[in-house]
Design a protein. Structure first.
Length: 286
């Protein structure tokens, strides 16, 4: 899969400065929704208590994943109320049309008063079966912000994405993906080249494989595999004396007539005519 490289020192400084300015937790997640960095380092006491419950921990993760998916689909920042009643916002980091990560702010409340916040906290903890706790203590480090302030912070967070991309604080290494997929295809031309097999080899989801194929290969994965098969056939036609039928089999085509049709469609000539050409340098292959 494409390698995401992080300038962690500068990202940490950005997250810290955002927190200093807003008082909100600020987090960075990768394209697979795994935490990369956040500031401050620990969760507020209320969230720590919620996550002591297996149910609460699972609900926190589900809430995060739902926000990632919503922001990915919309391509925009999503402000929402988590399962425990706190306000959070998630924005996708998009480079060349592909989501490469997410920024999230949260663990805040828009309750009109501390008294109302205490009531919300008590209700949320009781739902998780957590009763032996001082409600005021659990709510003490939850920042209160107006809806207007939360909207402003979310807009600043989106501006941080532009800064991250402009300063190359996250970079995508395209060649790593191409090299790994080319190596696998060429070594499995007569084997399993299904989407599931490629996903297992590259350790990516089907959705990510399709996204990366579009972004880095500029075609569908099926089309790319076919091109690689034909490219290998061109190489064998130029460098060996194998029969066209044998070459079609070695390149993973079980139907010789289908191979002939596809070869002509991709190269503009038949395999036999291609073999008659002068030696073709590798950069001339399709």
């Amino acid at each position: 899969m494409p390698t995401l490289k992080y300038n962690k020192a500068e990202l940490h400084k950005l997250l810290k400065n955002f927190h200093i300015l807003t008082g909100m937790l600020f987090s960075l997640y990768d394209d697979e929704c795994q935490s990369v960095a956040h500031y401050p380092a620990g969760d507020i006491r209320f969230c720590q208590k919620i996550r002591t419950s297996p149910k609460g921990l699972a609900q926190c993760r589900c809430s995060d994943l739902a926000s990632f998916e919503a922001s990915r689909k919309s391509g925009e920042c999503v402000i929402y109320t988590c399962h425990a009643g706190l306000i959070e916002a998630t924005a996708p980091i998009i480079a060349d049309g592909t989501v490469i990560g997410y920024l999230m702010l949260g663990q805040i409340s828009n309750a009109p008063s501390r008294r109302e916040l205490h009531s919300q906290i008590q209700s949320a903890l009781q739902k998780e079966g957590i009763a032996d706790i001082d409600w005021e203590e659990a709510a003490a480090d939850i920042p209160l912000h107006s809806d207007q302030q939360i909207q402003a912070a979310a807009q600043i967070m989106e501006s941080c994405i532009s800064y991250i991309l402009y300063k190359n604080l996250i970079t995508v290494q395209r060649l790593n993906f191409e090299n790994r997929i080319n190596e696998y295809i060429l070594s499995h031309l007569t084997g399993d080249l299904s989407v599931d097999a490629l996903c297992r080899h590259l350790n990516v989801s089907r959705r990510k494989l399709y996204e990366y194929s579009s972004q880095f290969l500029h075609c569908s994965i099926a089309r790319y595999i076919r091109r690689m098969r034909i490219r290998q056939a061109q190489k064998l036609l130029s460098e060996t004396s194998l029969t066209v039928s044998a070459i079609s089999e070695q390149c993973g085509f079980t139907d010789y007539n289908y191979f002939c049709r596809i070869f002509k469609k991709e190269t503009g000539m038949s395999a036999r005519d291609y073999r008659k050409l002068p030696v073709v340098s590798e950069d001339k292959l399709c």
